[in-house]
Design a protein around this ligand. Structure first.
Ligand SMILES: NC(=O)c1ccc[n+]([C@@H]2O[C@H](COP(=O)([O-])OP(=O)(O)OC[C@H]3O[C@@H](n4cnc5c(N)ncnc54)[C@H](OP(=O)(O)O)[C@@H]3O)[C@@H](O)[C@H]2O)c1
Length: 245
């Protein structure tokens, strides 16, 4: 069985490790190339976008891919939807691993947003806003610029470009981040609001635990709609699916 693993998450890393040792499965991983020096995966890996849906389908045919396991990030909705479509067209089994979203607990001050543009309805003038939402969505927060707000956008790698609006800055910093570090960072920067994607998972939740400890309000961006197709929430369930192919 030749399997394509669409990677880019901690779960995909765990899957790669398990698939590398699985009898009867020959798997190849694919990374978007979003970060310049990702830690290697335990599988042969191709890196970079395919270029288009047609190019992805053509690559999958040429490689003799027989099944697809999509373990990309819950917000990577384009590659997920496209892969579901291609798999249907090529009549290949396809599974999406989408980890559960975070849910608020006692002490959390969360506001869930369907769209980043709603942030302006909640964050007052003059606030210091920590955007932990990554590079891809920064432009969506343009309405927050001005009115004395200070915007701090955390990025894994420096883009080389200046911050797009006055009153803002990048903070280049590579995860993982611990709770104590996040608390110290938010205190040092005098953060008033935290903005995050509801990514779910353990790896990125320290910022939310820090916000709870500091009683900081948090805007959580809701997830994109799930793909049409089979979805599981855990690495174990995804491996069971592979064993059943
Ligand atoms: N969105 C996030 O917040 C986030 C956070 C952490 C990690 N990631 C990871 O970063 C990658 C890009 O995320 P995104 O939100 O930009 O995705 P996206 O919007 O769904 O996809 C954008 C483009 O990136 C390429 N791509 C995405 N995943 C790929 C993969 N595994 N292998 C080959 N090409 C891939 C495709 O390019 P072509 O059209 O050229 O084929 C796709 O059209 C994903 O693999 C995701 O798992 C995303």
């Amino acid at each position: 069985m030749k399997l394509l693993l669409l990677a880019g998450t901690g779960e995909a890393r765990g899957l790669a490790q398990a698939l590398a040792g699985m009898q009867g499965v020959s798997a190849i991983a694919s990374l978007a190339g979003a970060t310049s020096d990702p830690a290697p995966l335990a599988l042969p890996t191709r890196t970079g976008g395919f270029g288009s849906a047609e190019a992805q389908a053509q690559w999958m045919r040429a490689e003799g891919i027989e099944a697809v396991l999509d373990a990309t990030h819950p917000f990577a909705s384009r590659i997920t939807a496209r892969t579901a479509r291609i798999s249907r067209t090529l009549n290949l089994p396809c599974l999406h691993l989408i980890r559960p979203p975070w849910r608020p607990g006692p002490g959390d001050r969360w506001v869930e947003l369907a769209d980043a543009r709603e942030a302006l309805d909640h964050i007052p003038a003059g606030a210091t806003v920590f955007l932990a939402t990554g590079r891809g969505t920064l432009a969506d927060f343009a309405p927050l610029a001005g009115q004395g707000r200070r915007l701090i956008s955390r990025q894994i790698e420096a883009s080389g470009a200046p911050f797009p609006w006055p009153g803002g800055e990048y903070l280049v910093s590579r995860p993982p981040f611990g709770i104590a570090d996040e608390i110290a960072l938010f205190e040092r920067l005098e953060v008033d609001w935290l903005v995050v994607k509801n990514a779910g998972g353990e790896g990125a939740r320290a910022k939310l635990d820090a916000a709870r400890a500091l009683r900081l309000p948090v805007l959580l961006l809701a997830r994109p709609a799930p793909p049409e197709g089979e979805v599981v929430e855990s690495v174990e369930a995804a491996l069971d699916w592979v064993r059943g192919l």
